[in-house]
Design a protein around this ligand. Structure first.
Ligand SMILES: [Mg+2]
Length: 157
């Protein structure tokens, strides 16, 4: 079983002046996540450093109702380490996940994030760095590449 944890802003959505926009191919990603979840091959979740209300808006903007129901957890800023000496002032310590979900560890967790220096206690295999998406980038295909990567990881798990 593989766990994929998605960052939201810049990763799955763009938060611009005109609203919150899902990244291209998010529909395909949602369909794939639901299918893999129901085949018992995958669990997925979100972790954003935004506050709860914005986190919910962003999650609702990109996750289909079917995919939303299957989210293992939705972590927000309250689960981050907040400290002025941390570069982005907030950090995601992966051990928070592993202490709550014993099935998962460094070998079977992937964190998908556009600001990877926010991640603590990780290793290369657990990181999927995705270029930051902005709503003006209409031809972005990064979610298709990500989908293929997740497929590969499921097959080699
Ligand atoms: Mg981000």
């Amino acid at each position: 079983m593989l766990l994929v944890v998605f960052d939201l802003s810049g990763t799955l959505v763009a938060h611009g002046d005109h609203g919150i926009f899902p990244r291209p191919f998010s529909h395909e990603l949602m369909q794939f996540l639901c299918d893999a979840h129901d085949a018992d091959k995958l669990r997925f979740a979100t972790w954003t450093s935004r506050q709860t209300a914005m986190a919910l808006k962003m999650t609702r903007a990109v996750f289909s109702p079917e995919a939303y129901k299957r989210l293992l957890f939705t972590y927000d800023r309250s689960k981050c380490l907040i400290h002025p000496t941390i570069r982005h002032k907030s950090a995601k310590d992966l051990r928070v996940i592993w202490s709550n979900y014993e099935t998962f560890n460094i070998t079977n967790t992937i964190i998908v994030d556009d600001t990877i220096d926010k991640i603590l206690y990780s290793q290369r295999r657990a990181l999927y760095i995705i270029p930051t998406w902005e709503e003006t980038s209409k031809n972005d295909q990064c979610l298709l590449e990500l989908l293929n990567h997740i497929k590969y990881r499921i097959d080699t798990e």
